[in-house]
Design a protein around this ligand. Structure first.
Ligand code: NI
Length: 176
């Protein structure tokens, strides 16, 4: 498989609403393998198919135990196809997000603290989970990509958006 180029904010495909997956075939498996290779090569915590130029509703995410982020609970490797999110409660948390499509930047983004997500894995088996914290955040970030939304659009106060190296000491970063 292959490491693919990651599209950057401004490229039109990142603003499109991605299409649902209808076939769980070899083409889907190849797409997911490329997403895996690309995410791992960049030490990302998540990636959506549109970020490698494929406008389909597929996201992947994973957070291993990482000494850079000791305050985050690990998230199991997950492939999520045709996701549906249901927030549980109104509570939101603010967190400093980054994105492989917005390299070098960080922004403070509100996300629902708890949510239920449903969808399918790479083979079409149903996934149904209730999660919170960073796990809930990464799912919301990745699913936003499928609706053409990048996290800077969610930053409420643009004073809380800037270059990661300029913000050192002013924030608690999350992985891209
Ligand atoms: Ni992103």
């Amino acid at each position: 498989m292959a490491i693919r180029r990651v599209l950057r904010m401004g490229e039109p495909l990142l603003r499109q609403v991605a299409a649902a997956v209808t076939r769980f075939d070899a083409g889907l498996a190849a797409l997911i393998a490329d997403m895996d290779d690309t995410m791992r090569s960049l030490n990302g915590a998540g990636l959506a198919a549109p970020q490698i130029g494929v406008s389909l509703r597929v996201v992947i995410f994973e957070l291993k135990d990482n000494p850079r982020y000791p305050y985050l609970t690990p998230v199991p490797y997950t492939v999520l196809v045709n996701p549906e999110l249901t927030p549980l409660g109104d509570e939101q948390d603010e967190g400093w997000e980054g994105c492989l499509s917005v390299p070098g930047m960080r922004g403070l983004v509100p996300r629902y603290r708890r949510l239920r997500y449903r969808g399918c894995d790479a083979g079409g088996a149903r996934i149904d989970r209730t999660v919170e914290g960073f796990h809930a955040r990464v799912v919301q970030h990745e699913v936003d990509h499928l609706d053409g939304i990048l996290y800077p659009q969610r930053v409420r106060d643009l004073r809380n958006f800037g270059f990661e190296d300029a913000l050192t000491g002013q924030m608690t970063p999350m992985p891209d």
